[in-house]
Write a protein that binds this ligand. Structure first.
Ligand SMILES: NC(=O)c1ccc[n+]([C@@H]2O[C@H](COP(=O)([O-])OP(=O)(O)OC[C@H]3O[C@@H](n4cnc5c(N)ncnc54)[C@H](O)[C@@H]3O)[C@@H](O)[C@H]2O)c1
Length: 432
């Protein structure tokens, strides 16, 4: 019933399908509380973490939901355990466990291409997680990733992600594959009770996004989407300043992105809309759409888009999009066939202008404050950046919310689909 897990941790497992009786569970709890010094050591030394089953049960019970996000007192923990006992008695749960945060989370990558290398870089020892398995049908991709990221050297290799999920004992997966595979891979992972980090765009259509939302809702699992601007200190600063606590709610936003996207996509899945789900708007443009929706706190009332491409390309390379919000207009300009990589964001607020420029290898932000009548580079006010992977791990532990979640992925899908419809019809598309 109760087994020490590691040196200082306590784990209680209850399986409603075996011969567990309430009495035997109470017995186990008694011995647990008799040795409470050890449990307290576990609590103060680490965070106590309720696994996904525990989280669900406690959430249903209502009383102890905060246990996953706050350091619980012994009393609080006891109440939670007793509530669980009552639930078991009524046969509502299958398994419940407490384990300490000293355990490292076991993660796997599905897809080992370019972006996998980026995430591997943020897999530091302090993160409290390890990548125990890698999956990619292309063995060379796995070998390249392992060569570039020695910390993944011990990870087991698979070419079929379903087989990997069947064989490995995991806490979560990172889905780092071409866009049209995302939905099925998210659903498969959720069905197995795993936490999911999925690269942008979450999925490639609104219907798929709703499917993911329905599967994620009530699952008790984290589903995070890879919009790294949200864990970047500079963008976090911009988001805070473009609000009533900064320069006021935006009245006009210009967000422009140009990339040599045709150069990097030629001959790859990105150039095939059947696998990429679209062109530059679907891919890199998704970051810009997310940023505008993040700053504005939701979808616009109306979207009008003109898209274009060039001969030999099956999907859009250029997009000029106007989005009308209450009291604000956003102009998004995307150029995927450019000789220069550049991102420029200007947010006009009642109190002044926020300007961001990432070009020729340097990133800067300026604030032009109307009241103070000055221009400053507020680098000392910019909070430190985190990483999408660190946010994912901390979200699984209940310490942070996912920086971008399923609803954000859904909103981006709704916005982009409205753009495609508007471009096809030549007319604005109303969203509310
Ligand atoms: N956040 C960002 O800034 C950013 C940047 C680049 C890519 N991405 C996103 O990351 C994802 C992957 O892009 P990439 O640039 O790494 O592409 P990539 O082509 O470099 O790598 C994709 C890998 O997925 C593998 N793969 C294909 N089908 C698979 C399957 N069924 N199971 C396991 N692996 C499979 C491919 O063999 C390939 O190695 C995309 O969603 C992309 O939009 C995000």
């Amino acid at each position: 019933m109760r087994a020490p897990y590691g040196e200082r941790a306590v784990i209680i497992s209850v399986d409603g399908e075996t011969n567990t009786t309430a009495d035997s569970l109470y017995e186990a709890l008694d011995s647990l509380f008799q040795s409470h010094e050890r449990l307290i050591a576990g609590i103060t030394g680490y965070w106590i973490y309720l696994n996904h089953y525990g989280w669900e049960v406690l959430k249903n019970n209502g009383a102890v939901e905060a246990m996953a996000t706050e350091l619980p007192s012994l009393e609080y923990l006891r109440e939670g355990l007793e509530a669980v006992v009552r639930n078991i008695y009524f046969g509502e749960i299958k398994r419940w466990a407490v384990k300490t945060m000293s355990e490292r989370l076991r993660l796997a990558f599905i897809g080992c291409g370019g972006i996998a290398g980026f995430h591997a870089k943020s897999l530091t020892g302090e993160l409290g997680a390890e990548v125990v398995a890698l999956c990619d049908p292309n063995k060379e991709a796995v070998a390249r990733l392992k060569a570039a990221a020695p910390q993944l050297g011990g990870a087991k290799e698979y070419s079929d992600y379903v087989e990997m999920l069947d064989r490995e004992s995991l806490d979560g997966v990172l889905i780092l594959t071409p866009h049209v595979y995302h939905k099925e891979q998210i659903l498969e992972a959720l069905r197995r009770g795993l936490h999911v980090f999925v690269e942008k765009p979450m999925v490639s259509s609104v219907d798929e996004a709703w499917e993911v939302l329905r599967a994620a809702e009530g699952s008790g699992r984290v589903v995070a989407v890879g919009y790294q601007r949200r864990t970047d200190g500079l963008f976090g600063y911009i988001k805070r300043m473009a609000s009533p606590e900064g320069l006021g709610r935006p009245v006009y936003i210009e967000h422009q992105l140009s990339q040599d996207w045709t150069g990097l996509s030629k001959g790859t899945w990105r150039a095939d809309p059947r696998i990429a789900g679209g062109g530059f708007l679907m891919d890199s443009g998704s970051h810009i759409v997310d940023m505008v929706l993040w700053v504005m706190g939701g979808l616009p009332r109306e979207v009008y888009a003109a898209l274009s491409s060039k001969e030999g390309w099956g999907a859009e390379l250029v997009a000029a999009i106007t989005a009308r919000f209450d009291g604000c207009v956003a102009s998004i300009s995307l150029m995927g066939d450019a000789p220069l990589w550049s991102e420029r964001l200007r947010i006009y607020c009642p109190g002044g202008l926020l300007a961001y420029l990432d070009e020729l290898g340097s990133r800067n932000v300026w604030v032009m404050d109307r009241e103070a009548q000055n221009v400053r580079r507020p680098m000392e006010e910019v909070p430190p950046s985190s990483s999408p992977l660190a946010n994912f791990v901390r979200a699984i532990r209940g310490l942070e919310k996912p920086a971008a979640g399923v609803e954000d992925g859904l909103r981006v899908a709704v916005f982009k689909e409205a753009c495609y419809r508007s471009a096809a019809s030549g007319a604005p598309v109303k969203l509310s």
